[in-house]
Unconditional design. Sequence first.
Length: 193
Amino acid sequence: MPTGTGRVYLVNPVRLSGGELEGVPASPAVDGTRMVPVVVIGNSTPRVGDFLVALAVGGRWVAESSVTSPPLPCSPCSIPKRSLTLSWTNSQLGNGSAALVFTPPGQWNSGCTNHLLFSLTCPGSLIQFTVTYFLSGSCPTGQRQSCNSPGHEPFALFLAGYNCAPFFLQYTVTGATCPALGSNGYSSFTITE
């Protein structure tokens, strides 16, 4: 992926549909089967998950990087439609971080990290954060169990704090709320832009 503007990016076409009423959000459908070369201009570098409006200019597709999609409406905060950063505090294994990669229309997932999978979604307009761990076998194909927010003990994570601009969510975990994570040293997870 290029690291600046004035470069050619390979982008997936997106079809927007939805009700033709004011205030009704569009439903994006990404065509992941093909990529289109687009020259990106502007002052900001686009990130994975950004929506760009491309126009045919002089025989090539051109888009300005300042055009982005609106965030996904959710509670307690709308979620930016781009990849996010997940960080954790762990007294045994050490602190760390991983990318939560945005997949339209509204899912953010990590790869296997420390034998865990992380996901952020917005079913029913309420943010749901899930940490999946593996009881046997290896990540991602082994026998799995998850702790969620919102959730109930002994499989719960708790939203301890948030800020909507800039986007920030912080979840806590203890040995009582999610024994598998708490006994392995995890105490908090933070999601940021």
